[in-house]
Design a protein around this ligand. Structure first.
Ligand SMILES: [Zn+2]
Ligand SMILES: [Zn+2]
Length: 451
């Protein structure tokens, strides 16, 4: 490590209590996507205390804060964290006001970004940067609370559900050259590279419309929307053998409205589905099969069906050159004495999805993960086990990676940027997203003939 890097670690250690207190505060005041007003406010306030003038309210709650006064190249590196939590009502740390809990560890990301901002705004460290860090707090990574997001979309406040998708759409990423991202994971290690691919998806709402009637006294007068749904779901099951293993297709859903009474034939039944796969053609293929199957449920029972499809996230594309991130992890762990994740070169496709995938299609994305958490992700037992790892180590890695990209007139950042082949231009990205916004409908067929 050079003298500036040692100073970065010193500055973060000198502010350890302040950084950990920020992390704890965010952890205990969890908020859901596009509702993270308090969390975003705390982050913006911290940026202002460091002498920055953050932009607020980007994609409803997002914050973007450039470090002013950096000399050298025009390269700009986003140091990115997420704001949102999950609707988990029974964690010991659930926020009673919002019903949300940080069971995905986004509080550690945001705290890491703050710690990195404290270090990189130190005058001596800033003077060694040859490009500008841009500290970002992005809303709504978790694809939950869909009805609220649909409302926001209807009001024209968002168009896509993911916060990073919105950041790309509204131009918040237009002046950014590279992105540094992070996620906390649980395991027997302190830090590791995060570069494995993950699936992308589209989300679907399927609404069957039937005709209510007495379920025993006059079933011949009804059209059962729940039967239509059951037939649609069965038709979907019969498609599964056609999914290729190499595409990691995951189609999963649930009945969010199944009827109202045992003796009334259901006239309004709603299913929600996510259709995931490791590449765009496979997402499109599986999406078509889900549509076909759900329509079969309507045709077979005479019910009507309305299928709305919304683009979710893209698959995550790995970065071709991970040497810089790996070097920073190894050098830091040599100083702090932690263990590296031994599986961090596993390139097996992950079944889950993230809107970092969307970022990876348009910009070079450097990601790492840190530990310090216990329990399992998206589970009420998830908790912070070690604040030094969860918050301080994350801050140090965010700062070291950003510094290594930007030192020597941003030599490494320019090299990574020049070698990067985007899978989509911004225009191609938006065209793809628009092509996946779809509504299709079959009207309810003629009403029953018997009385
Ligand atoms: Zn999550
Ligand atoms: Zn997460």
């Amino acid at each position: 490590m050079d003298a500036i890097e040692r100073k970065i670690l010193q500055v973060i250690d000198a502010h350890a209590e302040e950084i950990k207190a920020f992390g704890r505060d965010i952890f205990h005041h969890a908020e859901l996507g596009y509702k993270e007003h308090r969390t975003a406010g705390k982050f913006a306030e911290a940026m202002r205390r460091l002498g920055m003038e953050p932009q607020e309210g980007l994609a409803v709650t997002g914050v973007k804060s450039s470090l002013p006064g950096v000399q050298g190249s025009k390269i700009r590196v986003a140091v990115m964290g997420e704001l949102d939590a999950l609707p988990i009502s029974n964690a010991s740390h659930t926020n009673p006001e919002t019903g949300a809990a940080h069971c995905c560890g986004h509080n550690a990301q945001l705290t890491g970004v703050l710690g990195a901002a404290i270090a990189l705004s130190d005058p001596e460290i800033k003077a060694a940067l040859g490009g500008t860090p841009v500290f970002m707090a992005v809303p709504a990574e978790e694809c939950v609370d869909l009805e609220f997001k649909e409302q926001l979309a209807a009001q024209g406040k968002i168009r896509y559900f993911g916060g990073k998708c919105e950041f790309i759409r509204i131009g918040a990423m237009d002046d950014i050259d590279l992105v540094v991202g992070h996620h906390s994971i649980t395991g027997d290690f302190e830090a590791g590279l995060a570069n494995s691919p993950s699936t992308g998806f589209v989300s679907k709402t399927v609404r069957y419309r039937g005709k209510a009637s007495h379920a025993a006294g006059s079933p011949q007068k009804g059209v059962d929307a729940l039967n239509a749904a059951a037939l649609g779901m069965h038709a979907l099951e019969l498609q599964r053998e056609s999914f290729r293993d190499k595409d990691t297709v995951r189609v999963h859903g649930f009945i969010s409205k199944g009827g109202e009474a045992v003796n009334v034939i259901a006239d309004d039944v709603v299913l929600q589905y996510l259709v995931r796969a490791g590449n765009i053609p496979a997402i499109k293929d599986a999406n078509r099969k889900v549509d076909r199957a759900m329509k079969a449920g309507a045709v077979g029972t005479g019910a009507g069906v309305e299928i709305s499809t919304t683009p979710g996230y893209l698959p995550t594309a790995p970065l071709y050159d991970t040497k810089l991130v790996e070097g920073a992890i190894d050098d830091l762990l040599a100083v702090t004495g932690g263990r590296r994740d031994l599986n961090d070169h596993d390139m097996t496709m992950g079944g889950g999805s993230t809107d970092y995938g969307d970022i990876s299609y348009v910009l070079p994305l450097l990601q790492f993960h840190t530990g310090g958490m216990c329990g399992s992700g998206h589970n009420p037992n998830y908790d912070v086990a070690d604040e030094d790892t969860a918050y301080l180590l994350t801050a140090k890695l965010f700062a070291l990676i950003t510094y290594r990209l930007l030192r020597d007139d941003a030599k490494e950042a320019r090299k990574l940027k020049e070698g990067f082949q985007p899978l989509f231009s911004k225009e191609e990205y938006l065209a793809y997203m628009e092509s996946m916004l779809e509504k299709t409908e079959i009207e309810m067929q003629e009403l029953p003939l018997l009385d």
